[in-house]
Design a protein around this ligand. Structure first.
Ligand code: ZN
Length: 117
């Protein structure tokens, strides 16, 4: 029984270590530096490049997974519940433009099919 408990603990410890392992992401702007990932921002260590992405976008924290997709695929998964400046909730993808600036991409309007009356 003791051995069993110990192996569970070891597993938990390993999981904890794995989850703090941050992905190695290359700066999308200068494409040479490895990005520094912090709780609040993701930034390029090169001051001349100065690329930065805030982890909190319209009130929602962007997960490490989404930061990874943003850098590697230029697009996050759908991020829900963001709040616009006007106070309206919205869902959107964050995308990286060719100049490495981030932008929003909105879901295709599902109500575009109209019932012709
Ligand atoms: Zn850079």
């Amino acid at each position: 029984m003791e051995t069993y408990a110990k192996s569970i603990t070891d597993e938990l410890l390993q999981t904890a270590i794995a989850s703090t392992n941050q992905p190695k992401l290359t700066c999308p702007k200068c494409k040479s530096q490895q990005l520094i990932i912090r709780d609040k921002i993701v930034k390029c260590p090169d001051e001349a490049c100065n690329w930065v992405q805030f982890r909190t976008v319209c009130g929602v924290q962007i997960s490490i997974e989404n930061v990874t997709s943003l850098i590697n695929k230029s697009k996050t998964s759908l991020i829900k519940g963001m709040t616009s400046k006007a106070g309206k909730k919205f869902d959107a993808y964050i995308i990286l433009k060719e100049n490495a600036e981030s932008s929003f991409e909105f879901e295709k309007n599902k109500s575009s099919k109209r019932n012709g009356k």
